[in-house]
Write a protein that binds this ligand. Structure first.
Ligand SMILES: [Zn+2]
Length: 346
């Protein structure tokens, strides 16, 4: 899979069809800037041969696939075991400060092996409004089976509770929210640290929409847990989130630069599978020959279908694309930015 540098006419037509759905000003709650210097060569095949992808590149890329004029972002590095994490964090923070919009913010990419005092200092400094955690930093070889505490230990939650910070968490373990260990951990941690604001990436990793249908009820009563839409390509997962959590707890995210590759993720049985042009037709030189579109575009089309099917109002859609993010990040934003808790108007 490769970052799509040039949209095909069919991609442009699909992007144009989103006029009237995507608001003019949006907040991307899940986006990864990337600098090639921070990774071993060949770490990210999709970004091979590309220069740094910062805030400006992020906005320009998204504006190809969606009709938004102003794009704020919550930015954090791409997690990888071999990556230079301190360099990533320093660069992301300066990138957001220099090139992000007034309301854009950064998360610190954090590992359980980090010195809690240093993480505390980074959060208290106001340079970062929360933590991005990831299973690859857990201390086991089969990290896809890591429990939440193995990569997001209590000390991180304690700090986020103190600063009213955000945790961006991508669940692992088969079943995601259907997994009993994930359910137990999240219910305990969200209740023990109620000022920490949890974002469960990818509709609580419901790449198989059945996980959303059956598992999201386990976080329905946790007020400090929300989901982001990033990289989900099945409207059923969105419909389940809108029904079980409601539009106030669903936040739009792109997962840039994953949003810029062709493909989609599909449910199969109790699992899921990423389809890309290269998987479907390895013999084809031109990925557009399959007519697969960009992940980000596919995700937006599915989200629109789910919003239509769920009877959402224009106000609900503004909530998903911006107001929910502003409410969530309110402790870290200028006072005027946040919409009132009651109304959907800013
Ligand atoms: Zn991501």
């Amino acid at each position: 899979m490769r970052y799509v540098r040039q949209l095909a006419p069919q991609d442009q037509a699909l992007a144009a069809s989103l006029v009237g759905f995507v608001p003019g000003e949006i907040y991307d709650i899940h986006t990864h800037p990337h600098h090639p210097d921070h990774f071993a060569p060949g770490t990210w095949k999709m970004l091979e041969g590309m220069g740094p992808q910062g805030c400006e590149e992020h906005r320009l890329a998204l504006q190809r696939i969606m009709p938004a004029k102003i794009i704020h972002g919550l930015y954090f590095g791409l997690p990888h075991q071999s990556a230079d994490r301190p360099a990533i964090n320093t660069w992301v923070e300066s990138e957001v400060r220099q090139h992000g919009t007034r309301l854009s913010r950064a998360l610190l990419l954090a590992s359980p092996a980090d010195d809690p005092a240093q993480v505390a200092a980074a959060l208290r400094s106001g340079k970062f409004c929360g933590l991005k955690v990831y299973h690859v930093y857990s201390r086991r070889t089969d990290t896809m089976n890591a429990t939440i505490e193995e990569f997001a230990p209590d000390w991180m939650w304690e700090l986020l509770h103190e600063v009213r910070g955000v945790m961006l968490l991508h669940l692992v373990r088969d079943g995601a929210m259907e997994d009993a260990s994930n359910q137990r951990s999240l219910r305990r941690l969200c209740r023990a640290y109620p000022n920490a604001q949890l974002i469960l990436a990818h509709i609580a990793r419901s790449f198989n929409y059945r996980n959303a249908r059956h598992g999201l009820r386990w976080v329905a009563d946790l007020d400090n847990a929300v989901v982001d839409t990033s990289a989900i390509c099945e409207s059923e997962a969105f419909r389940a989130a809108l029904k079980i959590l409601g539009p106030r707890r669903v936040l739009w995210g792109s997962d840039f630069a994953v949003s810029e590759i062709r493909g989609r993720c599909v449910a199969t049985g109790d699992s899921f599978f990423w389809l890309h042009p290269e998987v479907l037709r390895p013999d084809y030189a031109a990925p557009t020959a399959t007519r697969m579109t960009l992940v980000g575009l596919e995700s937006l089309l599915c989200l629109r279908e789910a919003c239509e099917d769920s009877g959402l109002t224009a106000g609900d859609i503004e909530d998903i694309f911006r107001h929910n993010a502003l409410r969530l990040l309110a402790p870290h934003l200028p006072k005027v930015a946040a919409p009132s808790p009651q109304s959907s108007a800013p």
